[in-house]
Design a protein around this ligand. Sequence first.
Ligand SMILES: Nc1nc2c(ncn2[C@@H]2O[C@H](COP(=O)(O)OP(=O)(O)OP(=O)(O)O)[C@@H](O)[C@H]2O)c(=O)[nH]1
Ligand SMILES: [Zn+2]
Length: 347
Amino acid sequence: MNFSKLQPLGWSNYFLQQMALTDTLTENGPQPFRISAIYRDRIDAIGEQGEQKLMCPDHFQPVSQHLAVGDWVLARKRHEHLYIENILLAKNRIERYSGHEHQLIAANLDYLWIVTSANEDFNLKRLQRYLALAYEFSVEPVVILTKTDLGDKEAYLKQIRSLSISEVHAVCAHQVETLASLSAYFHPGNTIALLGSSGVGKSTLVNLVAKGDQLTREIRSDDGKGKHTTTSRQLFFSEQQVAFIDTPGMRELQLPGAAEGIKQVFAEIDALAYACKFSDCRHGEEPGCAVQAAITNGSLSEEQFAGYQKLLKEDAFLQRRDAGTYAMKQQQRAFAKMVHSHKKEKW
Ligand SMILES: Nc1nc2c(ncn2[C@@H]2O[C@H](COP(=O)(O)OP(=O)(O)OP(=O)(O)O)[C@@H](O)[C@H]2O)c(=O)[nH]1
Ligand SMILES: [Zn+2]
């Protein structure tokens, strides 16, 4: 195996350490692949030899709950087909709650580009949800305001800056110079996933900044472009050796148990709560509530507080509803967070 060939695909020591030493030394052992697309009846991945189709055994079904685009797997050849044997523990994975199940969106990310447009589709509350998702799953969020030719850019930026986020960019597809600052994220081996509502301009953006290779176009034409089968999310590598994951637009995002992430989005309220008289203060009628005091003196808006409570309430409801799987997920996330603190250790 020539592992250095895998580095531009996002491979690192973190994954190598998960392989048995014997497997790393033989030619017949399982080989690492990065999942690039998941369809109902097919899984595509990229490995040392380029693109391959992988077969997924029954114990990893349904695929959408076991495997995410961006995951690293080990697969072994048997009777002409490559079978997935192991899914390597991801550095991070983002998921959402959809209908009645947790659905994996993408794995092993360095940045989450949260894309939102400067027109009537703009929605600060939705943005807060996306941010909570990024924080919850330990992925660095970057907010990108698109279509600045269509609206009052400064007014939207002002709203975005009210959130606890430092990485914000405003771009327009018709003015390429506005895209230049995004190249700061293009380190070889990095992975960037784009998330945002349908039509905000994710695909347009990716096509402009990532000098895409042939692979992308093939994958896109394959699923009839745009009208995605719901389980598919595609990863491709740009000329800059950056992996991009363009997710299909979502009408709404339901958070999959993300209380920690929500608290980070509303860091201001969370900080105030430390000053409440009671440590379990619910910030209602209790005496000595610092949050209510801040609302009274005007330093915290009632609307902001209501948004915070609404998200936490929804989150608690979902947690109660699937208490069992939730506990397991929390363990996995705690582990991913620990890993995250060592994340910058690449090769
Ligand atoms: N005016 C203007 N239109 C834009 C800009 N960027 C993208 N668009 C248009 O917005 C529409 C939607 O863009 P897409 O890139 O397909 O949006 P998307 O987010 O990938 O949509 P989904 O694939 O449905 O998730 C297209 O008609 C684009 O031409 C921009 O900066 N300004
Ligand atoms: Zn309080």
